[in-house]
Design a protein around this ligand. Structure first.
Ligand SMILES: [Zn+2]
Length: 152
């Protein structure tokens, strides 16, 4: 089932950890609707701007899977509102900056970029029908910093 021209429900629910640990990772209708909005407002615009096919490394996570990954119960992944993205051949910082400057989003986090390795880490981006805070953070060495920051 396609949620948008280039993104299927299956790929937005795929998880190696869920497979390995035999955890159910099946969204309800409300999370499917959120994933479709995420695909329309974040994933498709990224794909057409960079013209690079990609599958998020993580999008929907059931509560059980999310806990297994050590993430907060309040994570927007559990609501189907967030995806972690990286693009082959594009610096993670540049991807985050493009989203910040071009898209309407709820929260954007540049995560775990290793100094000197520009394609390391990933971009966490959420879209919500209820709020568009435009919150921008960098997560590095276990702490959150406001804005997009290359640490090193
Ligand atoms: Zn994330």
């Amino acid at each position: 089932m396609l949620l948008s021209p280039h993104f299927s429900l299956a790929e937005l629910c795929r998880s190696k950890t869920a497979d390995l640990c035999n955890i159910q990772n099946r969204p309800e209708e409300i999370q499917i609707r959120a994933l479709a909005l995420l695909a329309k407002h974040i994933l498709e615009p990224v794909r057409s701007a960079f013209r690079i096919p990609f599958t998020p490394t993580s999008a929907y996570r059931s509560s059980a899977l999310n806990r297994m990954l050590g993430s907060s119960d309040h994570s927007q992944h559990v609501k189907g509102e967030a995806a972690d993205i990286k693009l082959a051949g594009v610096s993670t910082f540049d991807l985050a900056r493009w989203i910040r400057d071009n898209l309407v989003f709820d929260q954007l986090i540049l995560e775990c970029v290793t100094p000197g390795r520009e394609q390391s880490g990933w971009v966490h981006c959420s879209f919500s029908a209820k709020q568009a805070r435009g919150d921008v953070l960098t997560y590095a060495r276990g702490e959150y910093i406001r804005g997009l920051v290359l640490t090193g």
